[in-house]
Design a protein around this ligand. Sequence first.
Ligand SMILES: C[S@@+](CC[C@H](N)C(=O)[O-])C[C@H]1O[C@@H](n2cnc3c(N)ncnc32)[C@H](O)[C@@H]1O
Length: 215
Amino acid sequence: MREIQDHFFREAKRKGYRSRAAFKLIEIDDRKHLLSKGDLVLDCGAAPGSWLEVASPRVGHRGRVLGVDLKPIDERGLPQNVQVIEGDVLACDVPGKLGDLADVVLSDMAPSTTGTPSADHFHSARLCDDLLDRLPGWLQRGGHCVMKVFEGEAYPDLLKRSGRMFEKSKGFKPKASRSSSVEIFMVCQGFRGPDPEGIEPDDPQQAPRKKPTGW
Ligand SMILES: C[S@@+](CC[C@H](N)C(=O)[O-])C[C@H]1O[C@@H](n2cnc3c(N)ncnc32)[C@H](O)[C@@H]1O
């Protein structure tokens, strides 16, 4: 397995990707066909930017990719259809920055790890829950979402919740994921709307979509 990991590391260097994480999105999208030409994509937790590099050519020059991360992302060398923002994606004005609802929301977000697996798992699951809460204001109906989560006891409920919000929702472990890693990617296809078991009548995420502002 170590050889496979070294292989992805070498391949990332050879192909000029910023990190080996690129191969996770490549495998997910090659299998599930989530990204299409012309798509508007939101990439949550995008630093250092290899998913941006993968998504950009897949959506083409008519598409756009917005990457948000707590850490700065070096914009040098990024394609023209990519825009980046430094900040907490859960706290910033995503609809205003997107200008329209996204066709695809990607999240490779990971919390800072503490070394305590159960705490890391719950932080990661919380990030996913918070992301699911925001999807009605971020994602088109029929759109897709990929979310990384550290597997653990909250995972089955998270998968059930996403299953209520999407036509299909499944866990996927790419080969480029380290075998020792507890990460798994929830691949959610065909967004239906807010979780019917969790809507507040005055939910701000139900706010009407904003007019495109262009970039
Ligand atoms: C595994 S890295 C992402 C790698 C990236 N997909 C790539 O291919 O280069 C996880 C990132 O999630 C970011 N992150 C965690 N919580 C976040 C939040 N609330 N808002 C924005 N970014 C967040 C971290 O700063 C970290 O850079």
